[in-house]
Design a protein around this ligand. Structure first.
Ligand code: KIV
Ligand code: ZN
Length: 518
């Protein structure tokens, strides 16, 4: 039943990616990402872990309604309550999958599960059978397979296939594997499991030693026909196998791997940027395939070669991954309609209210900055997508700083239900002073835990994007803003983070917290 030429791309950005610290997404953001994954052409979208929280359940259910092409999977432990919840969540999918998992390695059996081999085997089979009551498409994952005894792994794989699993995943849960060994593990399954042709063998690699992509590729050579991966390599700890890297490696080196995927690679940049926008996790400039420098040629000799013949230094064409560098998109005469269309092309959908606010910001920017690029628009939208209700709204600020003067800031904030409030403070520098003045107004003293600034595009008039993290009462929140004035960007980002914090304080519960860990 396995098509030996085609590798299934199983994206788990919305599950393994989203469960990483600082990567949580709202329902609206998950739907946007799922729709972009559909445009990208992924075969399976793992949309969440329905038993983990009502929010996870809801997002799996809504993703099932929002995409009709890809299979939508819900994760479940081999526990009836989990499987029932996953079954309920995927009920509305055009094609739904239940993905059950149970650890098989001796370390997990002994210390975590306290179960014998026999019990693990029986529970795995029972999990698959329970899931089959909801769908014919059942995936079983032998958690920590890479550290499981080969004979036991073969036994489990054979038993779950016999029970009806159509995909069997053998994850390197802790990122411990190296390519030769991981490939050998898959090759042994292909060789030793008598019914292996009745299911797709899948791999899911974590990146703790930086080998997630290499391990996944080695497994494909050994016969694996599903790769689990995430956009930008998000995921637990050091992350997962990066979709863009594994897909481009399979395509660029088809001579070595001899397989294909259904991915529309020209959608890769949009997917990468969208995921970065909604999670706030920035892509490092040197990141393979999607980093800012991935197609930048700096050395004179390289530039000379590229001008003569691009293949001298380029193994992939930027357009193959959907990169149109610094594309000038809009200017001050562009209208709301064109602005919305450009956002849609970037995979970003805003409701009318948010669109109006982002468009108003765009007009302000267009008055200050002549050339507006996709990156500028994405930065503006990031603020809108992340924005919590504005309990505190910055109205104005004034700051003095210089050599041999005490940095001083005066800030006016509109406080919901209380009107305008103005206060002043001094600080170590202008940013410290404005943040202290804001604290005096809000009455929520916060520590600035992290502060980063970067130019969004080139040129002296480029916007500076400030991304910061504050902490108060043990709670951390992030804020981000992009402005041509970097002090303004700092105070807007700070107020945005305080608004998030206020939401959490007034709700009396941690945002996105999941009652069940894994
Ligand atoms: O890393 C892992 O083992 C997982 C499983 C649930 C597939 O994420
Ligand atoms: Zn994982």
């Amino acid at each position: 039943m396995t098509d030996m030429k085609r590798v299934t791309i199983f994206d788990t950005t919305l599950r393994d990616g989203e469960q990483a610290p600082g990567c949580s997404m709202t329902l609206e953001e998950k739907i946007m990402v799922a729709q972009q994954l559909e445009r990208l052409g992924v075969d399976v979208i793992e949309a969440g872990f329905p038993i983990a929280s009502p929010g996870d359940f809801e997002s799996v259910r809504e993703v099932c309604k929002a995409v009709r092409g890809p299979v939508v999977a819900g994760l479940a432990r081999c526990v009836k309550a989990d499987i029932d919840r996953a079954g309920e969540a995927i009920a509305g999918a055009a094609r739904g999958r239940i993905h059950v998992f149970l650890a098989t390695s001796p370390i997990h059996r002994e210390h975590k599960l306290k179960m014998s081999r026999g019990k693990v085997l029986a529970r795995a089979v029972e999990g698959v059978k329970t899931a089959l009551a909801y769908t014919e498409d059942v995936e079983f994952s032998a958690e920590d397979a890479a550290r499981t005894e080969p004979d036991f792994l073969s036994e489990v794989v054979e038993a779950v296939i016999e029970a009806g699993a159509t995909t069997v995943n053998v994850p390197d849960t802790v990122g411990y594997a190296v390519p030769e060994q991981y490939a050998e593990m898959v090759a042994a399954l292909m060789r030793d499991v008598p019914n292996v042709d009745k299911a797709v063998i899948s791999v899911h690699c974590h990146n703790d030693l930086g080998m997630a992509v290499a391990n996944s590729l080695a497994a494909v050579r050994a016969g694996a026909r599903q790769v689990e991966c995430t956009i930008n390599g998000l995921g637990e700890r050091a992350g997962n196998c990066a979709l863009e890297e594994v897909v481009m490696a399979l395509r660029t080196r088809a001579d070595v791997y001899g397989v294909e995927t259904g991915i529309s690679t020209a959608q890769i940049m949009n997917a990468s940027r969208l995921v970065s926008t909604v999670t706030g996790v920035r892509v490092p400039p040197n990141k393979a395939v999607v980093g800012r420098n991935a197609f930048a040629h700096e050395a004179g000799i390289h530039q000379d070669g590229i001008l003569k013949e691009t293949t001298t230094y380029e193994i992939m064409r930027p357009e193959d991954v959907g990169l149109e560098r610094n594309k000038l998109v809009m200017g001050k005469h562009s209208g709301r309609h064109a602005f919305r269309e450009r956002l849609e092309e970037l995979g970003i959908h805003l409701d009318d209210e948010r669109l109006d606010r982002a468009f108003a910001q765009f007009k302000v920017l267009a008055d200050k900055k002549k050339d507006i690029y996709d990156e500028d628009i994405e930065a503006l939208v990031r603020e809108e997508v992340e924005a919590a209700p504005e309990t505190f709204k910055l109205v104005s600020f004034h700051v003095t700083s210089g050599v041999n003067v005490t940095p001083t800031a005066t800030v006016t904030v509109e406080v919901a239900g209380e009107g305008m409030k103005t206060d002043a403070a001094i600080g170590d520098g202008p940013i410290d002073a404005v943040c202290r003045a804001v604290d005096r107004i809000t009455g929520i003293p916060c520590q600035l835990e992290d502060y980063n600034i970067r130019a969004i595009t080139v040129g002296k008039d480029a916007m500076g994007e400030v991304s910061l993290e504050i902490r108060s009462n043990g709670r951390r929140e992030r804020g981000r803003a992009a402005k041509t004035d970097i002090v303004e960007a700092s105070v807007v980002a700070y107020v945005s983070a305080v608004n998030q914090l206020y939401q959490w304080i007034s709700a009396g519960r941690p945002k996105g917290e999941k009652p069940h860990g894994m």
